[in-house]
Design a protein around this ligand. Structure first.
Ligand code: 0RA
Length: 651
């Protein structure tokens, strides 16, 4: 009898007996309790769940390759070359171990193999959860030279585990079709899956991960295929994140250690002014940070400060240095493995375990001071940058105070160009950021002035990706946005902090033209929010308006269309598909719509459609913005060419 199965049995039948009694029915009754939601996120969660099992098998040292396929019908296949889920018969259970794994709910991932699973978080609910939420699932096990399989519908076996042949390979293949009666969307997003698999490849070096998308064909008619593999792990991850930025030091610094808690950290410095620290616990992105991040920051500040003082470089500096200054131009990835992680915070993505801070701080402190001793040239570059950052911070504080003082002094303090709304309850109020004065004028006339405010923005706003902080407070359009929103920037515990207490609108809607300039302006505004008001995005307050692309008229009938598909459908409906017998107007700019049309199509909450901006992968979004807004033209052109067909940017 297999040890692991024994252990599972005791776990399952003692502490978690209630769960077992409830069975998979509980998962179908309240899917959100197990996978977060039943929308696009939950749908993808099923994939993460299955892939995580294969990753665990790899971390245990038994699996080197994971192949993920998005099938034509939006079912997913995950195949690995691990040991294969055990299939031996369970006398007590009166069924195969395989069937137990697939049909018994293992709360909080207690079904572990001595690896680091996540309890409390949403990952780690087990493959049985995926089974419960799939209208069809098939598992195939290659083990001991034999092939076994079993199929299920909504978690119920269609037959007992059967042997179907012989093989010389090992591993597990799970293929599942999400239940369309549970999920509100059933279409998988290629980019979402590709991004996560790339991230997993960086976080777990040496595993070959592939993605095949049978729904999409390349120019030669072959299915889209990607390979993600990283030999260097986190070091390559930060180099990838910084690939479009100018380097301050030639190579990323890599540190690892295990004092009871395995810690890996890679860091790199570039010449930009932004800080990008991404952290993971058991492969899960901890967006809100936590003890591992504080430990890292403490060690970075302490070690660099020590070195700088010892080297005498700070002697002429008249001003103090803050923690922030050590992180300007820093890109870092922190990855820890914690046996029983405590997750806190609003989105349960903040690590609470206090012993982790010391573990990270100790390893980073030791290895970083060693690095600085061995690399005096790099060390000097970093310290010089820190000094410049401290000086710029002082300049920024003055500039910021100017913006905020004007706020206090100048009457309402609101920008002259803002057409404010009557209501003052932020929960009901909307602010439209509109490209150009003329569209701004239409929007002012078309809006419902009770709850909709309009702020026209002239021309291109500052590219904050390339500007130092104090510059942004000198930019007219950015100042207007800050004062209209009612937010302020201050520092809390020496950290840059956004104060949203006086935020005046809970919907901030970017409304730009449906052309190249419009999309550039939208990206500039998004960059500003992403770099300076990430909280506002994370709270779900930022939206993108969706103006129609076409107005199609035939006689008295008129229809708006938002996509090319819409257009085809409408032409079919109105004129049997004959384009020449309808009048089609292509809207290039918002200015071409009169105020009523703008209201009807884009601003009326009853009929408009807004796209909420969310940050799916912080690391990938950072990479995207640095590329789109940075100095290097090559990768940007490539991206734009690749995405021109879609002509929209999802962050
Ligand atoms: C339980 C025990 C063992 C392996 C696995 C589960 C396992 C699960 C999955 C899910 C996807 N791929 C997987 N690969 C393995 C240990 C088996 C042994 O001791 O031989």
């Amino acid at each position: 009898m297999n040890e692991t199965i024994e252990e599972t049995k005791t776990n399952t039948y003692s502490a978690e007996s209630i769960q077992v009694l409830e069975g998979l029915e509980a998962v179908r009754k309240r899917p959100s309790m197990y996978i977060g939601d039943t929308g696009i996120k939950g749908l993808h969660h099923l994939v993460w769940e299955v892939v995580d099992n294969s990753i665990d098998e790899a971390l245990a040292g038994y699996c080197t390759r994971i192949d993920v396929t998005i099938n034509e019908d939006n079912s997913i296949t995950v195949a690995d070359n691990g040991r294969g889920i055990p299939v031996d018969y369970h006398a007590k259970e009166k069924r195969s171990a395989l069937e137990v794994v697939l049909t018994v709910l293992h709360a909080g991932g207690k079904f572990d193999k001595g690896t680091y699973k996540v309890s409390g978080g949403l990952h780690g609910v087990g493959v049985s959860c995926v089974n419960a939420l799939s209208s069809h699932l098939k598992v195939t096990v290659y083990r001991d030279s034999k092939i076994y399989e079993q199929e299920y519908t909504i978690g119920t076996p269609l037959y007992s585990v059967r042997e179907i042949g012989t093989t010389d390979r090992r591993g597990t293949t799970v293929e599942f079709l999400p239940d369309a009666t549970i999920f509100t969307v059933t279409e998988y997003k290629h980019e979402t899956i590709a991004t996560r698999l790339r991230e997993l490849a960086f976080l777990n070096r040496g595993i070959e991960i592939t993605l095949t998308d049978l729904r999409e064909k390349d120019d030669e008619g072959k299915p889209l295929y990607d390979e993600f593999y990283s030999e260097g792990g986190l070091k390559e991850f930060v180099e990838y994140l910084d690939s479009t930025r100018e380097k301050l030091i030639p190579e990323a610094i890599y540190m690892e250690g295990d004092k009871g808690i395995p810690v890996q950290v890679a860091l790199h410095y570039n010449t930009s002014y932004t800080e990008n620290v991404f952290s993971y616990v058991n492969n899960i992105n901890t967006i809100e940070g936590g003890t591992h991040v504080s430990g890292f920051r403490a060690a970075l500040t302490r070690t660099l400060k020590n070195y700088a003082e010892k080297s005498g470089m700070l002697e002429k500096l008249k001003i103090d240095i803050s923690g922030d200054d050590f992180r300007e131009g820093l890109t870092a990835v922190i990855s820890v493995k914690v046996a029983e992680p405590q997750f806190e915070g609003q989105t349960k993505t903040k690590l609470g375990n206090s012993d982790v801070a010391g573990a990270v701080s100790g390893i980073v402190g030791d290895m970083l001071s060693h690095y600085l001793e061995e690399h005096p040239k790099e060390a000097r570059s970093i310290v010089n940058k820190v000094i410049l950052a401290a000086q710029a911070r002082h300049a920024a504080r003055k500039a910021r105070e100017m913006v905020q003082r004007k706020n206090v002094l100048g009457g309402t303090g609101l920008p002259g160009k803002l057409a404010d709304c009557a209501d003052s309850d932020p929960g009901k109020c909307e602010l439209y950021l509109v490209e150009g004065d003329s569209a701004g004028g239409s929007a002012k006339q078309g809006r419902d002035r009770n709850f909709q405010a309009i702020l026209p923005l002239r021309g291109k706003i500052l590219n904050v990706e390339k500007a130092q902080e104090y510059k942004i407070y000198e930019n007219e359009e950015i100042k207007n946005m800050i004062t209209a929103l009612g937010v302020s920037f201050g520092t809390a515990d020496g950290e840059k902090a956004l104060n949203m207490e006086k935020l005046r609108y809970h919907k901030v809607i970017i409304m730009t033209d449906a052309d190249v300039d419009g999309s550039h302006i939208r990206t500039l505004i998004l960059t500003f929010f992403f770099r300076y008001m990430k909280d506002l995005i994370e709270k779900g307050y930022l939206y993108i308006a969706q103006p129609p692309l076409y107005l199609i008229k035939k006689g008295k009938e008129q229809r708006y269309c938002w996509t090319e598909d819409d257009r085809e459908r409408v032409v079919k409906e109105l004129a049997g598909g004959r384009e020449d017998s309808v009048h089609i107007q292509r809207y290039k700019g918002l200015g071409e719509m009169n105020p009523e049309q703008l209201w009807e199509t884009t601003m009326d909450p009853g009929t408009r459609s807004l796209k909420q901006v969310s940050i799916e992968s912080a690391a990938e979004t950072d990479h995207l913005f640095s590329m789109l807004m940075g100095d290097e033209v090559g990768p940007r052109r490539e991206f734009i060419e690749k995405n021109a067909k879609y002509a929209k940017i999802d962050i």
